[in-house]
Design a protein around this ligand. Structure first.
Ligand SMILES: Cc1cc2nc3c(=O)[nH]c(=O)nc-3n(C[C@H](O)[C@H](O)[C@H](O)COP(=O)(O)OP(=O)(O)OC[C@H]3O[C@@H](n4cnc5c(N)ncnc54)[C@H](O)[C@@H]3O)c2cc1C
Length: 462
């Protein structure tokens, strides 16, 4: 047995004694998993520990601290910034057995959950009580409450209900030394000292592992209006957004540039609108009074058509049509199939300047890589644009050059390198371009206090 195998046997045995055999995976059960949802990257770690509750998480961390054992935390492994990537000397702590929904309070409109529950499972449980958890993303079948808290995930309904940060009331976390910090606040208003949950939201698992959370729910909407529209220029897109914001029921404003729509439409038997326009937008409104909501939505569309803001529009009239329109916007499978290998970007830019930024980036990409192809889409009302870039087989080898083109253009547009996916491992070298030395220093000092030996998610963030 080699010394590294010996080490693996040791840590696996120690963990089995502590959290039981079902809580520990080794060998093929570890390596068969991927760290990345968009391409297959086997998990090289030594062991996966799957604690069943907070106390077991704390015990695992106490053992790891004693042994100076580095740890990477796994939720649903849907993160696209490399936060779940690890080294062969790491062990994984996965929250996959912590899927309990402990309480749903219909009066307070809160849910208390374990962090490994998926967003889809939480939404299903809330729906049974007439409630809705509004963090809604294409990966919701696998993405977990803990992972979405760690990344401060956004998604499709941010324009109405905000990001994860706005939807978490309290949480419990285990610090790298095994200390449990329970801050399971259920109150909307609570100014009793530091609001510690914000330390962990968006900190990408660098300050502690989120084990439980209290999240806000909203009444389950009873009406859903969805339209798919074509628009002829960017000024009209922004004008349409301004008008859509006057709808009190607006819940999504998803813009697709022609490079995105042309690709997706070529894989749909009956595209809702013919390709050929520069912009396509999915507008959605969720409300509580079907007749009034639908009338308002139709009036909004008619006014936009009459004033020439919209070139063409399709209004969904059945659940099936609404789902079909959303499926076009969620076309990640087509993108993965048709663009791979590709790099995916998640930038934030002031809304009036988005199209100018994209024009500059595309020109720079084509200047350097004439074969470059892009797909561009995003949650425009949240300043958030996703760009997929491929230059063919050389994409990953030239990744750093492509990243520099996309990121170097951002400062002059007041942009940010990540709107919702986080820094992870992939964007780490660009973080210092975005943060002042004082901000970088404070982030590192916070981390030093909680994890002086850098045992937790050591290759992530700062
Ligand atoms: C098809 C698709 C669509 C997507 N759409 C969106 C979108 O609209 N908006 C959006 O924001 N993101 C989106 N994502 C990205 C991804 O789903 C989110 O980042 C999500 O929050 C990750 O959750 P997860 O449970 O999969 O976490 P993982 O991928 O497992 O982990 C992500 C990071 O969080 C850390 N982490 C995980 N769990 C915990 C925990 N309990 N405590 C502490 N740290 C933890 C990990 O160490 C890692 O650094 C999408 C991804 C895909 C594949």
């Amino acid at each position: 047995m080699t010394s590294s195998n010996q080490g693996e046997a040791d840590i696996a045995d120690v963990l089995r004694k502590s959290i039981g055999s079902p809580g520990v995976l080794t060998d093929g059960d570890v390596h068969a998993r991927s760290c990345d949802p968009l391409r297959s990257v086997p998990v090289p770690a030594r062991v996966i520990a799957r604690p069943a509750n907070t106390e077991e998480v704390a015990e695992v961390f106490r053992l790891c601290t004693q042994r100076n054992q580095t740890v990477v935390v796994h939720g649903g492994r849907t993160g696209v910034s490399g936060g779940a990537y690890c080294r062969d000397t790491d062990i994984i702590v996965s929250l996959e057995r912590m899927t309990g929904i402990e309480d749903i309070c219909t009066v307070g409109q809160t849910a208390v959950v374990q962090a490994g529950v998926t967003i889809e499972a939480l939404q299903a449980a809330a729906r049974e009580k007439g409630l809705f958890y509004p963090i809604d993303l294409g990966s919701k079948g696998s993405a977990t409450v803990g992972g979405t808290i760690a990344t401060n995930a956004g998604g499709n309904r941010v324009i109405r209900w905000g990001m994860t940060r706005q939807n978490v009331l309290g949480l419990e976390a285990v610090l790298p030394d095994g200390t449990v910090v329970s801050s399971m606040n259920r109150l909307l208003k609570n100014n009793t000292g530091y609001d510690l949950k914000h330390l962990f939201i968006g900190s990408e698992g660098t300050l502690g592992v989120v084990t439980r959370a209290v999240v806000k729910l909203v009444p389950m909407p009873t009406s859903q209006s969805v339209a798919f529209v074509a628009v002829s220029n960017y000024e009209r897109v922004t004008e349409l957004l301004a008008r859509a914001r006057q709808l009190p029921t607006l819940s999504a404003f998803e813009v697709m540039w022609s490079d995105f729509y042309t690709l997706i439409a070529s894989h749909v038997s009956e595209p809702p609108i013919a390709p050929g326009q520069p912009f396509y937008i999915l507008v959605e409104a969720l409300g509580y009074n079907k007749d009034i909501d639908e009338a308002m939505f139709v009036a909004f569309l008619e006014a936009a058509l009459e004033s020439g803001l919209i070139v063409d529009a399709v209004l969904a009239t059945s659940d099936r049509q609404r789902e079909d329109l959303w499926r076009i916007r969620e076309g990640s499978e087509v993108i993965v199939r048709e663009m791979s290998p590709f790099l995916s970007f998640d930038v934030s830019i002031e809304i009036p300047r988005v199209d100018a930024y994209l024009a500059e980036v595309r020109a720079s990409l084509l200047g350097r890589f004439p074969q470059a192809r892009t797909v561009t889409f995003g949650h425009l009302g949240d300043n958030n644009i996703h760009i997929g870039v491929t230059i063919g087989r050389e994409t990953l080898a030239c990744g750093n050059e492509i990243e520099k083109i996309v990121y170097d253009a951002l400062p002059s547009y007041g942009g940010a390198i990540t709107a919702e996916h986080g820094i992870g491992q992939f964007k780490r070298e660009f973080l210092a371009q975005q943060k002042s030395p004082a901000e970088m220093d404070l982030m590192r000092r916070l981390r030093d206090v909680l994890d002086p030996s850098r045992l937790l998610n050591r290759d992530v963030l700062c």
